[in-house]
Structures are given as structure tokens and as C-alpha cells.
Design a protein around this ligand. Sequence first.
Ligand SMILES: Cc1cc2nc3c(=O)[nH]c(=O)nc-3n(C[C@H](O)[C@H](O)[C@H](O)COP(=O)(O)O)c2cc1C
Length: 188
Amino acid sequence: MTETHQLNELIARRWSPRSFNGAEVESWKLHTVFDAARWAASCFGEEPWRFLVAPSGDTAQFDRLLGLLVGKNQEWAKNAGALAISVAKKTFTHSGSPNRFAIHDVGTAFGQLSLQAEALGLHIHGMGGFDAARTRTEFAIPDDFEVCAAIAIGYVDGDGAPPAGRKRRPLGEIVFTGDWGKPAGFAG
Ligand SMILES: Cc1cc2nc3c(=O)[nH]c(=O)nc-3n(C[C@H](O)[C@H](O)[C@H](O)COP(=O)(O)O)c2cc1C
């Protein structure tokens, strides 16, 4: 793991489990993870992120979000301690013009939320497998907003260690210098 030896511990520990233990996420922890999302950077300080959330103890709202997921995701996400859906405001509030960074910035918020969750002993699992159109209708989300991703939040079954064998593309395939495709060299 030569490329990851200096990684922040929270980043090294984060992974997306499908094995939640069914425990509800405490309200103060939900508060804290969304607070972490709130403090993300955004273009023009727009803060385009919005979230729908339901802790598992709120059965009616939790089942409403669960029912939007595709069957394969429902099978494991039903054991999460909370479900959420991220939404992006597609225009700048100050000008009304399109904000092409909106989904980028909601992704940043999702990343912060994930790491804050990790710091609190929780895990996050993002999901694209859900019915975004039905989410819009059911929650009367205005046209100006894009439905982004579903999010399972909860306590993992077992010790929470990432599974063995996870891998990523090498840095040389994703970070370039000079010419497109020319790997950047890093010393150390
Ligand atoms: C936006 C987004 C959508 C995803 N959609 C799904 C999904 O529908 N079902 C699923 O099981 N995992 C889903 N994942 C999880 C990814 O498969 C997972 O993050 C990826 O394989 C890397 O694994 P890791 O998060 O454990 O490092 C999604 C992740 C993200 C960020």
C-alpha cells in the first residue's frame, strides 16, 4: 500500500458496508454528520446541498425512503439506522443563473458527511439505485433542484474494518502533469 501510507486515518477506515446491524442512529449523531456536510466548500458560497432524512425509529418516514430504493438496495439498507437522499439546487440564488458546480458541491458535502460519520463510529453507503423521479413527486421537490443520491447511515455488523482486497486505480491513471494522460510523478 505504498500510495496510502500517509492517508488520514478516517479516510483509510471509510468504506461502504451492506451489513448494517439494525441499530438506530442517535439524533445527535445525525445532527453532527449533517453539520459536517453543511460546512463543505461550495461555488460562490451557494451551499446547494439539501437532504431528506429519516432515522429508522421514525418508521413511517424511514419506510417511505426505503420504498424508493431498488429491491437489491432495500435488502440491506433496511438495516441502516437512518436513510437520506441528497438534493442539489441547480441555480445560483444571487443571480438565478445555472450552477454547474451544484452536484460537485453536493458530492463534497457527501464526502464530509461520510468522514464525520466514520469519526462517530458510523458508516455511510451512497446509492444511485433508487427512483429519483418518484422521490421528486412524493416529496414535491421543485424543478430547480436535482435529486442526487440516496444514503444509508448506520452501524456496521462486526468490527467495521474495511474488507480485504479493496483497490483503486493507481494515481498515475488519474493525476496528470503536462499532457493529458501523462502521469504526474510524486516524490515520497
Ligand atoms: C453516488 C453513489 C452511488 C452508489 N450506488 C450504489 C448502489 O445503488 N448500490 C450499492 O450497493 N452501492 C452503491 N454505491 C457504493 C459504491 O459501489 C462504493 O462506494 C464503491 O464500490 C467503492 O467502495 P467503498 O465505498 O467501500 O470504497 C454507490 C456509491 C456512490 C458514491
